[in-house]
Write a protein that binds this ligand. Structure first.
Ligand code: NAP
Ligand code: ZN
Ligand code: ZN
Length: 347
């Protein structure tokens, strides 16, 4: 066991603060990683504050992890000391169910193990995430990271990147598609970059007027301020695909009205309250609402390789570990340009 510095929430209402955890010694298939950077996902905040219920305390969030391998177990073949690697939202699954066999470990029928607030399959307890100095993960759940890209800006790909890449691929988005990305935050800005790189015509739907310039810089072809009725009217019934990344409660029906016939709205944002959608809003126009959860391990590796090839990283603001609570407050105000990343050297 290695005593490891971390930051944890001790309760839903307490700020994150220093705490010490124990990481296991590497087992034969384990990879021990020194965490260099960890991205700050809105899911970290939802979980730390128990907004989705079911948080086990103390809670060490963080599932956008990049770092260097410091040791490997005796049977590890994929990685060696010194390799640059990443860990995303999953650290284990059964590997035997149909979903696991298809590389959809996030949908493991026997329950995937989240990088934090998960339960280890061997019964050894709660998992602790990336707001810490190191982590030990089975090699099957460790991703290979290219040294071509700035490491701190790669970190958010491990959740924000794969969460937006996966639905774009699943719905085969490309040239000729009119895509809208709803919400310009961590997920949204990756959604814009990726959809643009795949050749789609991309509109940013945002409730923050001051983000218009950034949307253009990120590659969005159009910008619609969702509070401006005139702008919204112009795009009614026009999108083939809406990627909804909004973290707060909002009216899905408003955005269904922007879909064209056969249009699909994919929810990746996970607001705490249930939504009400009258069937008629789907019936007229044969529209669909779907959801998507991160991505499996093979697709996460595919996404990392794709981003290395296309030079795609996250736009980040590097923060010190001690500033995490302030970062959460800023994230709630929509004041993120566009992902906070913690420099673990500051812990
Ligand atoms: P984020 O950086 O905080 O971005 C959320 C964005 O939503 C904001 O920047 C804002 O964009 C928009 N927004 C916020 N409040 C709003 C409101 N009241 N009305 C309309 N728009 C609002 O969060 P994130 O890290 O990208 O995460 C987004 C959501 O995805 C969270 O719920 C998170 O838990 C979830 N998530 C899901 C998965 C998955 O696998 N499905 C994975 C990761 C995260 P504008 O200012 O442009 O409007
Ligand atoms: Zn996340
Ligand atoms: Zn499984």
């Amino acid at each position: 066991m290695a005593s490891t510095k971390s930051y944890a929430a001790q309760a839903a209402t307490s700020p994150l603060a220093p705490w010490t955890i124990n990481r296991r010694d590497p087992k034969p298939h384990d990879v021990q990683i020194e965490i260099k950077y960890c991205g700050v996902c809105h899911s970290d905040l939802h979980t730390a504050r128990n907004e989705w219920h079911g948080t086990v305390y103390p809670c060490v969030p963080g599932h956008e992890i990049v770092g260097k391998v410091t040791a490997v177990g005796s049977h590890v073949t994929k990685y060696k000391e010194g390799d640059t690697v990443g860990v995303g939202c999953l650290v284990d699954s059964c590997r035997e169910c149909d979903n696991c066999k298809e590389g959809l470990e996030q949908f493991c029928s026997n329950g995937m193990v989240g990088t934090y607030n998960g339960q280890e399959r061997d019964g050894s307890g709660n998992t602790y995430g990336g707001y810490s100095k190191s982590i030990v993960v089975h090699e099957d759940f460790v991703l290979s990271v290219s040294d071509k890209l700035p490491l701190e800006a790669v970190a958010p790909l491990l959740c924000a990147g794969i969460t937006t890449y996966s639905p774009l691929r699943h719905w085969k988005i490309g040239k000729g598609h009119k895509v809208a990305v709803l919400g310009l935050g961590g997920l949204g800005h990756m959604g814009v970059k990726l959809a643009v790189s795949m050749g789609a015509d991309v509109t940013m739907l945002s409730h923050t007027a001051s983000k218009e310039k950034d949307a253009a810089r990120l590659g969005a072809h159009h910008f619609v301020l969702t509070s401006d009725a005139e702008q919204v009217k112009k795009v009614a019934g026009s999108f083939d695909f809406i990627l909804d990344t909004v973290s707060a409660d909002h009216d899905y029906n408003f955005y269904l009205g922007l879909l064209s016939t056969n249009g699909v709205m994919v929810c990746v944002g996970a607001p705490p309250s249930p939504a009400q959608v009258p069937a008629f809003n789907l019936i007229f126009g044969r529209k669909s609402i779907a959801g998507s959860l991160i991505g499996g391990i093979p697709e996460t590796q595919e996404m990392l390789d794709y981003c290395a090839e296309h030079n795609i990283v996250s736009d980040i603001e590097l923060i010190a570990m001690k500033d995490i609570n302030e970062a959460y407050e800023r994230m709630l105000k929509g004041d993120v340009r566009y992902r906070f990343v913690i420099d673990m050297a500051t812990l």
